[in-house]
Each structure stands twice: as C-alpha cells, then as structure tokens.
Design a protein around this ligand. Structure first.
Ligand SMILES: [Zn+2]
Length: 164
C-alpha cells in the first residue's frame, strides 16, 4: 500500500501516473468529468463531489494507493474554527452559556473528548459583520449560518447578549 496526500493535484497526478494517462483529456475521460471541469479542478475553483471522490478513491485503491489527509498531521484551521480565543476562555464561555448555542438555544451537537460541549467561540468581529469584540458561542450550524447568510438580525441578536 502507498499513502498519498489528500490533495487534488497530488491525486490527479497519481491517477495519471498509475493509469498511464498522458494528457488531461485522457484523465477527464477516465474520471468521467468534462475537460472544463478538470481545468476548474486544477485551478482550485471546483472540487470533487463526495460521490465522485469515492470513485476517485476507488480508482486509486485498485492500484493499492490510499489518500490520507490525517497522516499529514494537523488540520488547517477552517473559517469555522476559533481563531483568537484561548482554550481556557473558550471553556469558560461554554460554561456561561451552559453548552447552549446563543442563536438557536439548542444544546451543542456533541461533547469533545474532554467532555466540553462543542460550540464555536469567536468574537463577533471574526464573523466580519461587526467590529465588536464581544464573544459568541454558536453551534456549528448557526456559525455557518452567520457566515453564509450575513443576516444583520443574527448579529444584532448576538450583540444583545450582555453576559459575554
Ligand atoms: Zn445554533
């Protein structure tokens, strides 16, 4: 077995290599995607759908190759992750809100390995909707909702919480 990085460019080059494909046109045919999709994929403008990704992984697996992102060690911090809040502060805030999301007032979807309810704790300014440094504790759904919808009502609701 060979392990490779779970990175689109690495994956595409590997498939070309192990299936002896000379051009991106051959590669597109092999993967059942259009050539323009392939260009966008290479440019980082598109990604494989989960179904297509499984097909791609199966193609590699057939040649005894496994794509493994976790072998690289550590994940890139995503837009949803806490960026500037210390672990201690995060824990304290989650205690203050009793493990409940401040927008939907639901319990955190799960607890982490230390038993702390999983909520995303960030200052409002990190949602780029406000200059307020007031901290928010949100479930992953609501955090994504704030980022995607940029709804001023959500932000003013969050600002109204006085205890954080
Ligand atoms: Zn929520």
């Amino acid at each position: 077995m060979q392990y490779i990085k779970n990175d689109v460019k690495t994956i595409l080059e590997k498939i070309k290599e192990v299936y002896s494909l000379k051009t991106d046109t051959d590669l597109s045919k092999k993967l059942g995607v259009t050539k323009s999709f392939m260009s966008r994929l290479r440019a980082g403008e598109r990604s494989f759908s989960p179904t297509k990704m499984r097909e791609v992984e199966a193609l590699l697996y057939a040649k005894q190759i496994i794509t493994c992102s976790y072998l690289e060690g550590g994940f890139e911090p995503s837009a949803l992750d806490t960026t500037s809040v210390s672990p201690e502060m995060r824990k304290r805030i989650i205690e203050v809100v009793k493990g409940k999301c401040q927008l939907c007032i639901s319990d955190a979807p799960f607890k982490d390995s230390s038993g702390t309810p999983y909520l995303i704790v960030k200052p409002l300014q990190e949602y780029e909707m406000s200059t307020s440094s007031k901290l928010t504790a949100l479930c992953p759904n609501c955090s994504a909702r704030v980022i995607i919808l940029k709804n001023p009502k959500d932000i003013s609701l969050l600002k109204s919480f006085v205890h954080l």
